[in-house]
Design a protein around this ligand. Structure first.
Ligand SMILES: Cc1cc2nc3c(=O)[nH]c(=O)nc-3n(C[C@H](O)[C@H](O)[C@H](O)COP(=O)(O)OP(=O)(O)OC[C@H]3O[C@@H](n4cnc5c(N)ncnc54)[C@H](O)[C@@H]3O)c2cc1C
Length: 342
């Protein structure tokens, strides 16, 4: 709790009540809204530099996050951990099987799969900062502090609340409207499945779908399958993601990859990397999906979330400018040359 006392001694005046409310607020140098990979990584970096930080998240962890859970060597490098240290499901792929218009291209690489349910929980625990279960709604600035729902206040506020982040909505939306063409719509399901094929498959542009579908096995008997593509193109073609999902399920069945399973997929939208005019305003920052940073070619957003979290933390620590333009915009080059990770 904020450590301050009402100096007036008069509990009944409006001013006194306001002061009292102010004193009741939880104060931190930095508040991060959202404990996904972007927020937890930013908190982890700040904590390493002894900067008082808290995270607010509307969900309790571990929480469900729709995601294929494919991560790259760069994610591991940026998070500075050894694979042996990771305590949960972790699978290594030495090849990815790309399919373009029905033709198969096995590509030698080194990539990984995790389960977001476990990975995000681990990251937020590893950050080692207090995590409050709170849905952030109203944010305003008073003097040089940001006030969140009249309950929390801070000097630096980091928006890591994903696509609908309230920091983006309140402060950045008008100056940085998102580009319709960058919106990706998805359907996916992660489930326990006794899969026989341990490979990772990606199918691009099947049935003129403006995106790709995936089959990503996980350790400990989990499988993630899904489909994600450009919303605007689907709309212009008067087709839906659901129609393409149905075709995809038929394909999984035809190739014997998933048989006799009754799917209950879920959908979720997010934005690909777009030119941001502003991602820092005074002591306000947006990172990860809140800033719309997933790669343009593959919609890879975990790595971008982590990198932007580190960049924002460094800007706070060193009191310099946050520049998310340094976040990788394309995945393909890193898949072809996984050892060449900056
Ligand atoms: C179907 C699908 C598959 C994907 N597959 C991959 C993949 O395989 N590899 C990859 O790299 N990327 C993938 N992505 C993209 C990736 O999931 C995201 O880019 C990544 O999760 C972004 O991380 P983040 O921390 O910015 O946001 P999130 O992970 O979305 O975390 C945001 C957090 O903010 C919290 N929050 C939101 N609003 C509030 C609020 N008002 N108050 C408090 N808390 C709030 C949420 O509860 C959440 O915990 C996929 C995305 C989808 C939809």
């Amino acid at each position: 709790m904020a450590n301050c006392n009402d100096q007036t001694g008069n509990e009944t005046t409006g001013l006194s009540n306001q002061l009292n409310d102010y004193c009741q607020m939880i104060e931190s140098e930095v508040i991060i809204i959202g404990g996904g990979p972007a927020g937890s990584t930013c908190a982890w970096k700040l904590k390493q530099h002894n900067i008082k930080t808290i995270i607010l998240d509307k969900k309790t962890f571990p929480r469900l996050k729709l995601c294929a859970g494919w991560i790259t060597p760069k994610v591991i490098k940026d998070l500075q951990f050894k694979i042996e240290e990771y305590p949960h499901s972790f699978l290594i792929f030495n090849k990815l099987y790309f399919h373009f218009y029905g033709r198969k291209f096995p590509i030698k690489t080194r990539q990984y799969s995790i389960r977001r349910y476990e990975f995000d929980h681990w990251l937020v625990q590893r950050a080692g900062v207090p995590l409050y279960h709170h849905t952030a709604n109203q944010i305003h600035k008073a003097n040089d502090r940001y006030i969140i729902d009249d309950k929390f206040r801070c000097k630096y506020l980091v928006g890591a609340g994903g696509t609908n982040c309230p920091v983006y909505r309140t402060f950045f939306k008008e100056i940085n409207p998102r580009v319709r063409d960058s919106l990706i719509t998805t359907m996916e399901e992660e489930f326990v499945y006794n899969y026989h094929d341990k490979n990772c498959y990606l199918w691009f542009f099947d049935n003129n779908f403006p995106g790709y579908s995936w089959y990503v096995p996980k350790a400990n008997g989990y499988l993630n399958v899904g489909i994600g593509g450009k919303f605007s193109v689907l709309k212009d073609k008067k087709t839906t993601i659901k129609e393409h999902w149905n075709l995809f399920v038929r394909k999984l069945n035809k190739y014997g990859l998933v048989v006799n399973y009754s799917f209950q997929p879920r959908g979720c939208n997010y934005y690909l990397h777009q030119k941001m005019k502003v991602s820092q305003l005074d002591n306000l920052f947006i990172i990860g999906d809140s800033a719309g940073l997933a790669t343009i070619d593959m919609g890879e957003g975990i790595g971008s979330a982590i990198k932007s979290g580190i960049l924002a933390a460094k800007a706070i620590i060193n009191k310099n400018i946050y520049c998310p333009d340094l976040v990788t915009k394309y995945s393909f080059i890193n898949i072809l040359f996984p050892w060449w990770t900056k």
